[in-house]
Structure formats: C-alpha cells, structure tokens
Design a protein around this ligand. Structure first.
Ligand code: SF4
Length: 552
C-alpha cells in the first residue's frame, strides 16, 4: 500500500517541505509539499530525487569495533559497542581530564541530535570541545549578527523577497545553491520588474544574469565595497538619522572610518567603475525597502565576520531593518545550521544563543540541566580541534554525521590526526565515507526518512522531519545513540567526572530540553547597535584575495 508522509528536505537551508511516498518499508518517491510555506510545493532537482539517494549497499548496518589500529573492524552488538566506548571515554577523562576528549558534529543533524550532544559534552563530560562542521560556513554570520544586532537571529523571512524594492545578493550563486528560493525571486521580479536586483560576485553566474546591476568586485574587497557604499549614502543624505539616533550606537566612529573610503579609492580597490558604485548606492538609498542576501562568498573568509558586519551596517545606517521587505538576510547552506546555532553547537556557544564564556549564561544552563556548573575552559573550534588531535592532546574523538577526512582543509593533517588518535568513534549512516576508514568504532545511524525530529531553516522556521520508513539493519537515530552512550558514561562505575568536581552531576538524567530559545530572545537585545566597531575586525582596504575556503 502506498502512503504519504509529510517531511522536510535534508539538503539545504531553504528547508523545503516534501511529501514522501512509501510503502512502509521503502521510500518510493518524493514531491513538494504545497502547504509548506518555505517552498509552496516546489522542489529543486536535488530535493526531487531524494528517493534515489538511499543506496542500501553503502549503508552502515550494525556496529563495528576494532581493538587495535592495525586490525580490521568486526561486527559487534550495540551493548558491547557503547559499553566499550563509555569505558574508553571514562578512562581517558580520568587520566587526562575532560578536555582530552572531543565531539565533532554536523549541520546535517536534527536539532534534537545536536541538543543531546551538547548536554553530553558540556554537562556530563565537562568539556566545551564540541564543534560542528557549520563552523566552516556559518560562524562568520553568527559573529556578524551578534556583534551588530546583539543576537544571532536573522531578522527576515522569505516573504521579504517578494516585498523588497531593492535586493542585494553578495557572495552567493543562489540560482544553484538555493534554487527554490531563487525561483521565488525570479517570479517576484517577473511580477514587479521595477524591483532592482544587485549582485556582488567576482564571477558571472546564473544569479548575476538576473541582476539589474552586477558588481564583479575583486575577491576579498567586500568590506571596502560596503564602506564605500556607506560613504556615498552619508554624502548623499540617504541615511536615516532618526533611526540611527534611536536604535544604534557607535555611529560617529563608523562615520570617521568610512570617510576615507571615497568613491574613487573604493572603485579602484574593488576593480569596478565609479559609476557602478554610485548606481549601487543610489538603488539602495532610494529604495523604500532594501533587502540583502548573502552566503559563503562572505562567510568563508578570514575576514568573514567583518564582511557580515560591514553589510549589516548599511541596513542600520539606512533604517532598512525590522520592516517588510527589508533587512540583512544570511542564507544558510546546511539544512540545520540554524538548529545548531540554537542549540549551542559551536564550541563557544550554549543552547538558546547563549555564550559559553558568559558566567551568567553558563549558570542558567547548568541550573536547567541540574549540574553544579558548566566548564569555563574555552572549547576548540573545528580546525583547532583537529590540530589538537594531531598533537596528541585529544585522545578520544567522536564524529557524527560529517566527513572531515574529505571536507576539512589541510587534508594531510586531518588524515594524520585521525590515524594517530587513540580512539575514534564515527557515527554515520554510510560506511563508505573516508572518515569511516579511521573509525575504531563505527556506529550505524539512521538517515533521512528514517528518523523523527526538527530542523530550522534560513528564515528560522522550524519544520518537522518525520520518519516514513524504518532504518535498515541495526541503525539508530543519532540522538538515541548519544543518549544511550551518555547513560552508560554517567553510571557511577564508569563515571569519570568525580575527580572533576565542578561539573558534578546533581542526578539529572540526560533528557531533552525544549525550552530556551524564545525565552532568551525575549530578554534579548531590542536595539541594533554598531557594537564592536564599525570596521568589523578592523580590516583595512586590501587587494589581497581571501585564501580559498572550505566546504561547510
Ligand atoms: S532548495 Fe534546498 S531544501 Fe529545497 S528541495 Fe532543493 S535542496 Fe531541498
């Protein structure tokens, strides 16, 4: 019998609703869900071929363990696998302290999976060594939003695309990367040809083909461009003085910074004409509603957070935020990078957009989780984490739903790190990934269509991911694996944290927490600010291109 289950596409941050057709055992087809507000029934070629991706021959079907680096892994049962992992982690923590272990997770996980890993690492083990592959793509946007707006919370929705009068797309080929959203933009432009589209990208792309104005700036000159635009907006009187006075701080410092970014200097630096620069400023400055969209071209950069802040500054200076069709809108690449940000799945964050370095935030989360306190010691970010593994400082590493042996930069170092790490656990749906070759313990995870939970898309819409068919073999949901391991690690006999008094448990079980995001935001930051300095990281104009980024 054919059945239909409404779920969410697992590929990108657009977060399209899909209808899964299945017979209770196998997924047979997928179609767009007309009732889902993110895509209104549309799917791109990736989403519409989701049912063809579940290659059973490549699936990890049961736990596999090896007891020595030179040995082959052999099949084992879940009990033995997780007991072994708990014993090794307990012993490692007992001997070398909680920061000798680490967890590297993924923007492809569901929010519930993320949350379980967070609680395991910070509350039970007592380490902030938990980072996500989202570090490679979204951390610049996180910093930009927090520094400029006070909260990592994109203040826009997809409907703003139809409502904008001028739309600037920077560092994003959204025709390819966010296709369903781009179709939405194409339709909006077809209905309202007076809507102006500006594309900032060194490349000529399918996205730039839709633009009224394409600025093919030299790589690495984004901050100079945004400062140059602000210079013209100020000079021409296209800023919103009342909004600035009411809602921002630090404007005078920003004004003196961009004074030097004259049109001639910026045009020369960016490799574009003064006319085009002036046109761009005029389109922004005269638009009733100005929306910006950006993605990896700004984020994957050594100056990514400065680029984010400099772009957000344009919105704050013109008052183009917090109204229909306006605002700075970062597009997320991964299906649940935003869920990771909500659950604190970067080493410097805590659930509910809290900061791991903030004592009050740590106390709030510790209180809710029922532990004395959370670790103060800063955790390692993705690149630092693998360097620490390579240096022998991390002795037990848990990797879930990501393939660092293919996707991280400096591959040689990553492979050396994984080969040298005394104990590598890989929690993964497919045994064929490069990282699985380094696994001392391979734990089979359920994949899309086989597990239940939530994801948060670019516009912070939380969608239900529903289970349509059972996972093959002995594969289990990621959060269930994590909680099972945590319970074993928590048991008094195995529990390693007794000698690390600060994180001692008050007896709370590892249980999901559904509170926090809204609560924190309500208390949050009503006034956008130029906080942290208008120049972002103090980036100076430079012709130096950014080094190549890595996949997020
Ligand atoms: S746009 Fe993204 S979320 Fe939508 S169907 Fe395509 S890959 Fe899936």
């Amino acid at each position: 019998m054919r059945m239909t289950t409404a779920s969410t596409c697992c590929y990108c941050g657009v977060g399209c609703g899909v209808l899964i057709e299945h017979d209770g055992e196998r997924i047979l087809d997928v179609a767009g869900d007309p009732s889902h507000p993110a895509n209104l029934g549309k799917l791109c070629s990736k989403g519409s071929t989701l049912h063809l991706t579940g290659d059973l021959d490549a699936r990890a079907l049961y736990p596999e363990l090896r007891l020595g680096k030179g040995l082959a892994r052999g099949r084992t049962d879940w009990d033995s696998a997780l007991e072994h992992a708990a014993n090794v982690f307990a012993e490692t923590i007992r001997e070398h302290g909680p920061d000798s272990v680490a967890f590297y997770v993924s923007g492809q996980l569901l929010t519930e999976d993320y949350y379980a890993f967070n609680k395991l690492a910070r509350a039970l083990v007592g380490t902030n060594n938990l980072d996500s592959n989202s570090r490679l793509c979204m951390s610049s946007a996180v910093v930009g939003y927090k520094r400029s707006l006070g909260a990592d919370a994109p203040p826009c929705a997809y409907e703003d695309i139809e409502l904008a009068d001028c739309l600037l797309i920077a560092g994003s080929n959204m025709a390819y990367a966010h296709p369903v959203l781009f179709r939405r933009l194409e339709e909006a432009k077809a209905k309202r040809p007076e809507m102006k589209i500006i594309v900032v990208d060194p490349r000529r792309t399918d996205t730039s083909a839709l633009a009224d104005l394409h600025l093919p700036i030299l790589p690495g000159t984004d901050v100079a461009l945004f400062h140059g635009l602000l210079h013209i907006l100020m000079w021409e009187g296209w800023i919103d003085r009342r909004f600035i006075d009411a809602h921002t701080e630090g404007f005078d410092a920003l004004k003196s910074l961009v004074r030097d970014y004259t049109p001639a200097m910026v045009a020369d630096l960016c490799g574009i004409s003064v006319d085009d620069l002036q046109t761009c400023a005029r389109l922004i400055g005269s638009a009733p509603a100005f929306l910006s969209l950006w993605c990896m071209g700004l984020n994957q950069s050594t100056a990514g957070s400065a680029k984010n802040s400099a772009l957000i500054n344009l919105h704050l200076a013109t008052g183009q935020i917090g109204k229909p069709g306006a605002g700075p809108f970062s597009l997320t690449g991964q299906p649940n990078a935003m869920g990771g940000r909500e659950t604190g799945s970067l080493s410097n964050l805590l659930p509910g957009h809290r900061d791991a370095t903030n004592a009050e935030h740590r106390a709030e989360v510790a209180d809710y989780w029922g532990v004395e306190q959370l670790p103060k010691q800063p955790g390692l970010s993705a690149i630092e984490l693998f360097e620490a593994v390579r240096a022998g400082k991390i002795k037990a590493l848990w990797i879930a739903c990501t393939n660092p042996a293919q996707s991280l930069p400096n591959q040689q170092n990553v492979h050396e790190a994984l080969a040298a790490c005394p104990f590598v656990v890989v929690q993964e749906a497919f045994f064929t990934t490069e990282t699985c070759r380094h696994a001392d313990l391979l734990l089979p995870a359920a994949s899309w269509g086989e597990k239940e939970g939530t994801v948060t898309n670019s516009e912070r819409r939380i969608s239900h991911v529903r289970r349509a068919v059972p996972a093959p073999g002995e594969a289990r949901a990621d959060w269930a694996i994590t909680c099972d391991f945590a319970r074993r690690l928590e048991r008094p006999a195995a529990r390693p944290v007794a000698r690390h008094e600060p994180h001692r448990h008050r007896g709370a079980a590892v249980r999901p927490c559904r509170r926090s995001v809204a609560r924190h935001e309500c208390r949050g930051h009503a006034s956008p600010a130029f906080a942290g300095g208008p120049a972002g990281d103090g980036e100076k104009p430079s012709r130096q291109p950014d080094p190549p980024g890595a996949e997020g």
